[in-house]
Design a protein. Sequence first.
Lengths: 510, 306
Amino acid sequence: MIQTVSRKRFTGMAALAASTALMLGTPALADKASNTLNVAFAAEPEPLDTYKIAGRQGLILARHIYDGLLYKNLDTGEIVPALAESWEFTGPLTMEFTLRQGVKFHNGADFTAADVVETLNTVITPEYGTRYSISVDWIDNVEMLGDYKVRINMSKPFAGAVEMLADALPIYPHEFFAENGSAGIAATPIGTGPYKLVSQEPGIRYEMERFEDYYAGSPKGGATIDKITVRTIPEMNTQYAELMSGSLDWIWRIPPDQASRLEGRVQIISAPIMRIGYVGFAPEAMAGDTPIADKKVRQALIHATNRGAIVEAFAGGASEVLNTPCNPAQFGCAQDVAAYEYDPEKAKALLAEAGYEDGFEMEMVFAAMPRPTAEAVAADLANVGVTLELNEQQYSSGIGKWRAKELPAFFSNWGSYGIGDTAFILSNFFGGGADDLVQDAELAEWLTEADTASDREVRAENYAKAVKKVADEAYWMPMYNFNVNYGLSNDLNFTPHPDEFARWWAASWK
Amino acid sequence: MLSFISKRLAVALLVCLTVSALSFGLMFLSGDPAIAIAGSGGRAEDAEAVRIAYGFDRPLIVQYLDWIGSALTGNLGQSIYFNVPVTEIIGNRVGVTLTLGFVSFIVALVIAVPLGVAAALRPNGWIDRLALVIAVSGQAIPSFWLGLMAIVVFGVWYGMVPISGADTWRGYILPVIVLSYYAIPELMRITRSGMIDVLATEYVRAAKAKGLPMHLVISRHALRNAVLPLVSLAAVQLGQLLSGSIVIESVFALNGLGRLAWESLLRSDLPVMQAIILILSLLYVVLTTLADILNAVLDPRLRGAS
């Protein structure tokens, strides 16, 4: 009797399981056949108002939807016309732009000077809350000179102005933007870009379609892929599974060890990026209380660290050891500077000269860096008698402590907003601001000169002086330039760029 | 009964308040929210602007009272990351979590209770052994591993189900299996031990002796008594399934509350974090209170006591 009951239940369950299995079909694959590019990010894109986005995911989507006045050709380093046909500096603090005619927004509206004036004059107001003040605080106001002519009046000299106008400051349709503001443009993104957004579940899923009326002659023109579907898949392993099964065509930021495993099954491309890793020392902040105030000690620490081995083991791909506090790909990042080769004996000698033959103890906070890299640094320093007290923190608390002058050493990284100009890294850390714990007046002076001069030669010369001094004084231990591993389906052509802005409009099928 | 319920509710409210106050304080310990929001490229000036814009420069207690004040009127604030009302974001995501949690819960119950009963009828029989294997493996295998294996086998090799996302009901199949597998062992074991105890009692022997068929003995006499601890446990389990599906939601790219909580924590989206903690603690309190009431309905002795 007892057995009958349980057996019946059991057969029932088995039948249920079998029928469930029969109901499952096979999912259809998209990609090349339907000319749809299937993309996944691990992190959720932010709302699609470029001026409020910090993360790369949202910015990449935004650059497909919106256009800027200018565009930077990264292959040649040239700034080329986009929404503006031509431009010139008419004074030290004024720039004039002649706009392109016949450009349409995705909603059918014509692009005119009114759009430029409305957009830029809105986003520079403090109430608007543009995410990075550095991107717009150099604009005082924008004047309309005609239907297709505008003037930007600058509030201060800023060498990065042209770089910023190159696709980082998009133009919105003025009527829609004036009426609906930031939240409106994020909910219903309307731009002039090569792709238009047809649907979005914010943070989760985005569908874009090629914009048929895209203006001829755009540096972002020539797109061949009809549709782009972007999804958020937080688990990388799930992304690999989808990429291998064909339901994804494009993923990125694959850790080096995983990339080598995927190689051969899908396309793996490693590309260098602007972001660099560094250990910052804070001699001024610690004012004599710490061995770090001694230049010989700082030099010893760099000699003691086997950066070559660290790069090879933990970064791999296109990463290389750096000698400069900037990315060699950046304008102004002179490379003829003091290099500190790996030499533990020399390090010991320098420490002895400085009076630390028995070594010392020091705290180092690391943030947004892989733990093994920090542990490798600590192990190398232990060999010369320096004991690092390692402390991993969120970037926000780490940089907070740095700014509060509580740390002798901080190990992290800096992306320069993806911009190929030394201004966006050196001036932040050595220009006298809150992140500058060196407070070297001479450095600050050179950097101010370099940041504000309009003559490229003058800029290059001053950056070179600053880069050299940082290396001579060993204020930083530059680690390596980061690289990004992309995973692509086997039939996709895609070229990565060092600014980490994926250009899907230039992607195609093999 | 009414005073019992109102007392329980007052305690529940106090629990929610304490949880929200604690979590509010804890989140500020994890780092300066202004710097976190300004992002990894944000300069000190950007962080200061954020600090003033979001009122982080005010004393913590003022910020908390301000938040709790508007929460009581149903206003949970604006998400810092998405710049839309928190209620809207949570509304968009809660459906996925509720579907996943409730379906997994029902699947777990439907499998665990019969299996537990069957195991108890013949301790050390083959069903009992099988149940033990399921229980041990269910507790030992980490759910993220099981989820990924299920994806590889059923999604990649056989292509039977979508690998990730919940665009159709088929996207829920694997997550439900994995999540319910995690909940089954405890439910099954408590059913089993409860049944073994009850089957050894006098009244069950009496029921058998008077010639009742076995299935009536089980359903009318044994199970009804064995189910009492199960109800309490099930309430806690349901709470865990609803609040603890972060891992499953991440592996299967389901956009539910669990993932939202985790991501919000990473990007210092305090209003969203606070709201989710409040909702989840409310949920737990409601579930345990409901379980108490349900037990009182099932068991006349408890009714008297209350």
